[in-house]
Design a binder for this molecule. Structure first.
Ligand code: COA
Length: 396
């Protein structure tokens, strides 16, 4: 029985910041961002957007195509969750009016946890093939201003429906995993931005890659010559190229970089989407002009701290019929551009606690919005005109 991804969708934010704008304001050579990092812009949430609204928007787009039948589990992967205790998916369940007969959890291990969530979902559908599992990766990557990470910010979500006999992608059983305690990137509970040792995070990414690759081979994975295309985690686009070069060096195989390039169309525009990043790369490859039917795609998932996993997927016959590249093209193109001053003001305005009540201005055009905080609890709304006067009307 084949198991894998039945369909997938994405969402991103209302705003974007162009890196040429950032470079000019910070007096940095724009070529450093354009060619050194291979980044052109990043997505930035409005005050009424957050990982919940991104997750709900992506999942809504997906479920409109797939329906909800058989979905009894939702796993939301995030490293920018909104609560230390309650799973983000419970807010999504309410916004999407999903069934109460569901198990809903949140997973965390930096950018890696969407991959662990996919593997858990496969275990569930292997046991009950009549069920389907909704896996969502959703994050807002917000770095401190005036740090090397600032140009690598971003935000976005990818929703995937996992099940038996998938029409889009089979996920093959072999998988290589690698984990070790490394302080390369982390975010303490009382900090809204991460601590980053940039150079160490690059080393950890590459070390976890060879560790996961060797384990993949030991677990009966395919030889590198039998992997047709590659998608690597993309905290910034150049990192995926660096990872690929390390794999080539490690294996001694002559693998053309053209086998990774088709996965690199979206991250230069979106920036780092943390848990969603690898899967934005996968969408980029699927949306390319290539006929990938029956081809083997190797995916390298990485999360600082650190964990890596290498595994493979195979696009199924007719998979192209399920693709909607126009949705991501519009999501990227429709973002409103911020000036440097507007961006910095918004960045500072996102620094909010839960001790004081606030109501968010109505900005996003997405179907769901984060209305504000009252008595320490977050409130969300359907973004319909009639909801305009009814702040806090949905979730209490
Ligand atoms: N024109 C073209 N390229 C230029 C350039 C210019 N004018 N100036 C610099 N560059 C290149 C550098 O040569 C370097 O390329 P290389 O890595 O291929 O050698 C690249 O731009 C970055 O320059 P560097 O000086 O290393 O940048 P930095 O000190 O500002 O830091 C990161 C870069 C990636 C470490 C930093 O952006 C960061 O910390 N990002 C976050 C990392 C992260 O999120 N990790 C966690 C997940 S893995």
């Amino acid at each position: 029985m084949k198991l894998g991804i039945i369909d997938m969708e994405m969402a991103t934010t209302h705003f974007q910041v162009k890196l040429d704008t950032l470079a000019a304001a910070l007096n940095v050579d724009p070529n450093k961002y354009r060619y050194g990092l291979r980044q052109e812009a990043f997505s930035m949430p409005a005050l009424d957007e957050d990982p919940v609204t991104l997750a709900a928007t992506a999942a809504n787009r997906l479920l409109q195509r797939t329906g909800r039948e058989g979905i009894r589990t939702m796993i939301v992967a995030t490293e920018t969750g909104i609560d230390q205790s309650k799973a983000l998916g419970l807010f999504v369940q309410t916004l999407l009016e999903l069934s109460s007969n569901m198990r809903i959890i949140e997973t965390k291990q930096a950018c890696y946890s969407a991959t662990a969530s996919l593997q858990m979902a496969l275990g569930i559908v292997a046991r009950k093939p009549e069920e389907r599992v909704l896996v969502i990766a959703s994050d807002v990557a917000r770095y401190a201003v005036d740090t090397p990470g600032e140009p690598t910010q971003g935000a976005g979500a990818v929703a995937m429906l996992v099940g038996a006999d998938p029409q889009l992608l089979e996920i093959e059983p072999a998988s290589g995993v690698w984990s070790a305690h490394i302080d390369d990137f982390w975010r303490p509970n009382d900090s809204s931005t991460p601590m980053v040792d940039g150079a160490r995070s690059l080393d950890a990414y590459l070390g976890a890659f060879t560790g996961a690759w060797e384990d993949y081979l030991a677990q009966g994975g395919s030889p590198i010559e039998e992997i047709d295309y590659f998608v690597h985690h993309q905290p910034f686009t150049k990192m995926a190229i660096k990872g690929h070069r390390r794999l080539v060096e490690h294996t001694g195989a002559a693998i053309d970089e053209q086998r990774v390039e088709p996965s690199l169309s979206y991250t230069p525009q979106l920036g780092n989407t943390y848990t969603a990043s690898l899967y934005m790369g996968l969408l980029s490859l699927l949306h390319s002009d290539l006929d990938l039917t029956g081809k083997r795609i190797g995916l390298y998932s990485y999360g600082s701290g650190a964990a890596g996993e290498f595994f493979t997927m195979v696009p199924q016959p007719g998979y192209q019929k399920l693709l909607h590249p126009e949705i991501i093209a519009a999501a990227i193109a429709d973002r409103e551009e911020l000036s440097f001053a507007e961006y910095r003001r918004l960045h500072a305005a996102h620094e909010r606690g839960s001790k004081q009540d606030y109501t968010n201005p109505r900005v996003t055009g997405a179907p769901y919005r984060f209305a504000g905080v009252r008595d320490g609890a977050r409130y969300y709304q359907h973004n319909e005109p009639q909801a305009a006067t009814g702040a806090f009307s949905v979730l209490r």
